[in-house]
Design a protein. Structure first.
Length: 113
């Protein structure tokens, strides 16, 4: 296997390895944005994927948000057992008593009520 050295290489390799018709990826590192796109949006129409292609991601935003949150937990910036109000003091819901008790962990695992 050849050496993978750029984001474009990573994207092309992933598309080939996993049989993905088209994908795009972006990385923000040290103030620089790098975008790579590969393949087509639709096998029937063969429109190339580019940095402006919109993808239907469905409910995949939940794992992205959870991953980002867990990075903050690992760095000690967020405590899963802390009340959400510690981070979002303006949070207001109909039941004030319950609202004050909702933890970050409960939001993350969808058990806040």
């Amino acid at each position: 296997m050849s050496e993978i050295t750029t984001l474009s290489d990573v994207v092309a390799h992933a598309a080939e390895k996993y049989g993905i018709p088209g994908l795009a990826a972006a990385v923000w590192h040290k103030g620089t944005e790098t975008i790579a796109a590969h393949g087509v949006t639709n096998l029937d129409h063969q429109q190339p994927v580019d940095e402006n292609t919109l993808f239907a991601v469905g409910s995949t935003s939940k794992p992205f948000a959870a991953t980002a949150l867990m990075h903050l937990v690992a760095r000690g910036e967020v405590d899963l057992d802390a009340p959400v109000r510690h981070y979002i003091p303006e949070l207001r819901l109909p039941n004030e008593e319950w609202t004050a008790q909702i933890t970050v962990k409960q939001l993350l695992n969808h058990t806040a009520g």
